[in-house]
Design a protein around this ligand. Structure first.
Ligand SMILES: Nc1ncnc2c1ncn2[C@@H]1O[C@H](COP(=O)(O)OP(=O)(O)OP(=O)(O)O)[C@@H](O)[C@H]1O
Length: 212
């Protein structure tokens, strides 16, 4: 995988309004390899904040403020050029592609030695030899691991996590927290996590902000 990233993700005086009312305000900087956890009750705007950073905020919202990766103004870029990787509670693997096909989809088009990169990624998460498997034949935890490696192979500059462990059972959740946060830290990626689960926030080990 590529060298550790070194950029911070800065949310400066972000204020998002809905129907004329302030929904949320955030002013923070996430260092490389740090996970910032955003908690808050249902409807407090957690997913809205992620949509704003990723570049697909619905036009019903009115947003102000700055979002920067390093020195770059992300708000000036369309979603696909922001370099943001996303993980949701569903792994969202493509059902018509094999495991290798899903991972290849994450790789930049001209990435060298795709075969080897895919094999290494699978090995890194204990799935060596799973290249030709149909995602539907994988357990939830195995699917989550493939989704994580697809994200990392896409070489994001920052990562957004939206309740990524909420569908896993308790034992698996602990294992996946360690794996996901460990990999993101190692890659030096600034990460924004939204969750209802205090154990997620504790495992993330970074600052916590509360909305709502
Ligand atoms: N496209 C939209 N148009 C209008 N209002 C919306 C739209 N999307 C979300 N909302 C409203 O914006 C508010 C924030 O929603 P959001 O999904 O960000 O909350 P959340 O904190 O992620 O909630 P949950 O924890 O339940 O996922 C809610 O009141 C929601 O109903």
């Amino acid at each position: 995988m590529n060298d550790a990233a070194t950029e911070s993700l800065t949310l400066e005086k972000v204020c998002i309004r809905l129907a004329g009312q302030a929904l949320l305000q955030v002013n923070t900087r996430i260092a490389p390899g740090e996970v910032l956890t955003v908690m808050g009750p249902s409807g407090s705007g957690k997913s809205t904040l992620l949509a704003f950073v990723a570049g697909f905020l619905d036009s019903a919202f009115d947003a102000q403020g700055q979002v920067r990766l390093g020195e770059q103004n992300l708000l000036a870029l369309p979603a696909e050029q922001r370099g943001i990787g996303l993980l949701f509670q569903d792994p969202l693997l493509f059902p018509h592609l094999s495991v290798a096909g899903n991972l290849r989809f994450g790789l930049p088009r001209h990435a060298p030695d795709k075969h080897r990169q895919i094999a290494q990624a699978l090995e890194q998460v204990g799935l060596a030899g799973f290249e030709n498997r149909d995602p539907a034949t994988l357990s939830g935890g195995q699917q989550a691991r493939v989704a994580l490696m697809r994200l990392l192979l896409s070489q994001p500059r920052a990562v957004l996590l939206d309740e990524p462990f909420s569908k896993l059972d308790t034992a698996l959740r602990q294992e996946m927290r360690a794996l996901v946060f460990g990999q993101l830290r190692e890659a030096g990626l600034p990460t924004l996590l939204v969750t209802h689960d205090e154990a997620d926030a504790a495992a993330a080990g970074g600052p916590i902000i509360a909305l709502g």
